[in-house]
Write a protein that binds this ligand. Sequence first.
Ligand code: BTN
Length: 277
Amino acid sequence: GYSISATRCKGYMLDENSDILSEAGLLTCLRSRGVNTPLVFFSETDSTNIQAKRIALEGGKHGTAVVANKQTAGRGRLGRSFYSPADTGIYLSVLLSPGGAVPEPQMITVYAAVAAARAIEKVCGVSVGIKWVNDLYLNEKKICGILTEATLSMEGGGIDNIIIGIGINCTGSEDDLPDDIRGKAGFIGKGGYTRNELAAEVIAQIIRYGDCVFPDDVIEEYRNRSILTGRKVNYTKGGAVSTGSVLGISDSGCLIVRSDSGDTDELFSGEVSITQF
Ligand code: BTN
């Protein structure tokens, strides 16, 4: 599938627009980063999170990365679907089985967003913000979504496996987006990087703290990247919709909001919308 141009008496050149996500390409990029984690690659699958969960239940190894070029049943947060067309994005999940107590499980979600942001910045050279809980934004459009799931041990009573699923919109056109995300989703854009490099860097950043014990600078970086701080938002708490101003992010990753009626609310999960960009 690579596009190669030939010039008589000169030779062949790999077209710089060739950006094929492949097992061989991913392995090269992973190994060059010193990451020896097992890799499962699909040119098409239902959902890398579903596949990672299956692999976990079959005894798959800690650190296994599952990457797809297309998902037919990509899953988003809050029961939504995640648009996952072929050739333009990265859909990956990393299976973590830390094998002991996870002291601050909520930090996994926080770190997943920081890890993806660091990787995008390093490989693509663009600076991205985090919209709590863990959507990544570039130029006020969502370019990356993260769905973290876990399996619990009935015997141990704790977390057995963690699946961090990350979907990144690399290239594409606004016109091709489904109606429900048109105007909201965006793309990193072409050039200067390959999806193999970006996927490998995201995996490397996740594996770096695969034991799920995170240094203090993670929450600090999350705060610095937060695009909600100081903004007016609509949010839901206890089933009621309120409006307020975001004061910041707590040490445990909660969103702190001062409601218009003067209360201070700490949100653990859910969805917040900016009243005006
Ligand atoms: C969201 O924005 O609501 C979260 C989207 C998470 C999408 C990724 S793509 C890879 C992994 N597999 C899935 O089915 N979902 C996650």
